[in-house]
Design a protein around this ligand. Sequence first.
Ligand SMILES: [Zn+2]
Length: 723
Amino acid sequence: MIQKTAALLGASLLALATPAFADDVAHDDHVDTLLADGEAAAPASALPTISFGTWGFDPAYLATDIKPGDDFNAYANKRWIDANPLPPEFSRIGAFVLLGEKSTADVKALMDELVAKDPASLSGDERRILDTYRTFLDTAAIEAAGLAPAQPFLDTIKRATTLNQLAMLWAAPGYASPIGGGVSIDAKQPDRHIATVGFGGLGMPDRDYYLDTTEKGRAIQAKYKAYLAFLLGEAGYADAAAMAEKVYAFEDANARTVQWDRAVRRNRDLTYNLLTADELAAIGGKVPVKAMIAAIGIENSPGFVVGQMPPTKEEIDALKLDSATLAKIGTGLPGMFALIGETPVEVLKAWMIKEFLSGNAAVLPARFDAASFEFYGKTLRGTPEQRPRWKRAIGEAEGLLGELIGKEYVARYFPPENKAAMDELVATLRVSLGQSIDEITWMGEETKAQARAKLASFDPKIGYRPNLETYEGLAITAGNPIANRMAAARWGQADNIAKLGQPIDRTEWGMLPQTVNAYYNSVKNEIVFPAGILQRPFFALSNDIAVNYGAIGGVIGHEIGHGFDDQGSKSDASGALRNWWTDADRKAFDDLGNRLVAQYNSFCPLDEGKTCVNGRLTLGENIGDVGGLSMAYRAYKIATKGKDVPVIDGLNGDQRFFLAWAQVWRSTQREENYRNRLRTDSHSPEEYRVNGVVRNLDEWYEAFGVKPGDAMYLPPEQRVRIW
Ligand SMILES: [Zn+2]
């Protein structure tokens, strides 16, 4: 979680590096990632492998007994999936995850070189990296130290006797906080920074886990309470079970009354609420809001953006919010202040203590790590075995000093030719979208002019940022992993708060060079592709061109597509949150989106058709996929125009294009993980990122001869074509 927070700090809503906020950070208002992170699994020894054959896709995997039109994902991927059962360390495995494992192994090779070096010859930066890694790995020392390294922080929490004192800790880096503040780019004035104030407070991944009344849901709640009781018992509470009930009740009230439904929370018309400090203090109730924002260092911000503020009557009317939507909107930040005000200080302290222990379980004695994994790994994801320590140690070092490591990573692993090839791919995708904007009939000329301006202002970032972070002043203490985490939290908060009043740093990235992922950031209108993802299955210089366009081309299209998805489309060419659509065009676009919502709502993979994909929660990602792949297809045609496209292994270019897209999503997962992600992940499950997408593209029907009667067949009038 620290890793995630550090990686996204520049664009995060909240600056506190605690588990309570990791969720909000990961689902940042304006950053869309290609794949949700938080994958807590990796192999102990033998990894499954994927052959990419000679041109980027190995046709030996094709399930020739399955008609592509019946189940395209199975046609492309089932053979590999059937031959590669999930190793016990994984909650999910596939092409994407395995490339992430390769990145970890590549960083490990760099780390091994540092380990082998004469200590006297290590540079200061090398020593910091190595100390972070080794300190995390040294479980004997962690065991021997017991709770001693955590004790000063636990004691600080225990010493507090008033809400005012607790609020000062919530402002301090490294302590878990149910409410917090940080600095972000102002979504409505993206040339300036502004303070944000938000809240978290749930120990389970989503409010739905608290509301669940099924047998499975109740069993998870019971296990969570047992975990809380364990943590509080370790912290010295005499009646830990009773206090665990009170802490749970605090979170439960938060889930039931305060938190918004995850899908509604995506609506940017509802989540930009600019308040003054006085207005903030007025809703603060017993919480000393002004003292808290002063302690954080954001008191001089030109305003305070709050995500979850209940809509006013005027907003409800203007946005035509129906009763079903309103029922999903909690009391938000005012409600959170009120809940805190009515919760005994002793309960808030216990909540902070369990958060501190849970958030740092990986660097506490093994019983903490095991208990954390038992709940978050086994119960919530179905993963039988903990990820090997060395991989987690790489993750720790990347979380604390990731860009320092990234500097070595790109020097070793990122060929400059990759950047040149990507520049060309991105340029062709832009030409493709430009042609689509010219041709589409659902958008009028007035809106098209704005869309073209937005397309022209896209800022592509490829490989790594040139001025990688040096973490100046972040001191690493060999042998004390908690001290290192607290130091990183201090450094991160100071770095974040210092942005206030400063110009926007357009060179800053929200991902590390070695990260296998990509993102779109609406306030900068940027699409970002780290070096880590520019490998197979996504990309290789030696790949067939159809494969590169179907894979990384589809990903580029996906990220550009976020600029025009249901929420990204609310930002203009400058990145400003502003309606640039005519009413008629917006309605036409919303209608296309609503049809996709209905399509994806009908994908119900679990419980005999009763547990389904949430089409509204995943709409932005699905628009990215459907629009992005059609963009990539057109770009592929542009790139191969007038060229002889050969048949390879019996597959023509169009077929190879679509198979490359399917291969990216070749994946399987455990049922518990599946349930978790259906609830929390804004991305559709992998099989629908294949089948849900291609069935909307006429070109796929032609490529594979898909006909009425085939299971995936959609009549042309039901296909959704955005670009
Ligand atoms: Zn995305």
